[in-house]
Design a protein around this ligand. Structure first.
Ligand code: ADP
Ligand code: MG
Length: 266
């Protein structure tokens, strides 16, 4: 089985050493019915970190097209393809088409529960549910999880997902956040260990229409820490995907457990 090197930045599709059955060529969707929780930011950051080495398509399915707007700055890396002409009629075809062309597909979705979101989840290998640390946001995350579980029922296949805590302080741990984190974990809901911290750099990429790598460290504070944060996130998501694929091979059935978990969390 493929081992992720510590640098993690391997391009699964291109290494001759990896047998085809072990290739991970994921479609990763960022979902939350709540706006402003960091879907676009985290989807974009992840895509641009992968695009250091791998061909990546980011599907900009938010009708406001924030990523297409970002690309107008002319700083999109060569390996990053942006597809933004998507709606509920075309999303499945766009994802399939992208997955046939680039090893990694990232889907940034709008903040409403729409058919587009449901179709995108149906195509995803991994669903990330960005959530800020308030009870209100955690409730929205539960709604997103229910949509993921519905998709599992429809397809009859487990759909790996995890909550990503966003905009957390790298310095202080707010008590409310710890409480939410603990109750999610107690309910059996997967929560990524890596959080996306609140960082100037994550705003600056959109303000300057740059990638993290293109930002000037003299102008943006803690740029290295910001990059390290996104690299950890990418590594953890890939590790989770790999674990899922191993689980699938072992024929493990996760659906029952997850259904029980969410029933317990509701
Ligand atoms: N980790 C972060 N650090 C700093 N600012 C952030 C972070 N995540 C999101 N933001 C800011 O919060 C706002 C909403 O984020 P966005 O990614 O557009 O959310 P969504 O796509 O869920 O609506 C944006 O102004 C963005 O710059
Ligand atoms: Mg968005």
């Amino acid at each position: 089985m493929l081992l992720l090197p510590d640098s993690f930045l391997i391009c699964f599709g291109y290494s001759k050493d990896i047998p085809p059955e072990d290739l991970i060529m994921p479609t990763i969707a960022f979902v939350s019915p709540k706006g402003g929780v960091g879907k676009t930011t985290s989807a974009f950051l992840l895509a641009s970190i992968f695009a250091r080495l791998c061909e990546v398509t980011i599907i900009d399915a938010d009708p406001n097209h924030p990523i297409e707007t970002w690309a107008l700055g002319g700083n999109a890396p060569e390996k990053l393809k942006i597809v933004s002409d998507v709606d509920e009629e075309t999303i499945i075809d766009r994802i399939e088409d992208a997955a046939s062309k680039t090893p990694i597909v990232i889907v940034d979705l709008e903040g409403t529960a729409s058919k587009t979101v449901i179709y995108a989840i149906s195509q995803a290998d991994f669903v990330v549910i960005p959530t800020q640390g308030s009870q209100l946001d955690a409730n929205e995350a539960s709604r997103a999880i229910r949509v993921v579980l519905q998709s599992e029922k429809l397809t009859g296949k487990p759909k790996p997902y995890a909550v990503l805590l966003t905009r957390t302080s790298p310095m202080i741990r707010a008590r409310g956040l710890t409480h939410i984190q603990n109750s999610l974990i107690a309910a059996g809901i997967p929560v990524l260990e890596t959080e996306l911290n609140e960082r100037d750099a994550f705003k600056a990429v959109f303000a300057f229409r740059q990638t993290l790598d293109g930002l000037n460290p003299a102008e943006v504070s803690n740029l290295d820490k910001a990059k390290g944060n996104v690299e950890s996130l990418a590594r953890e998501i890939l590790t989770k995907l790999q674990a899922h694929l191993q689980g699938e091979q072992g024929g493990r059935d996760r659906e029952k457990t997850d259904n029980n978990s969410v029933a317990g969390a509701a």
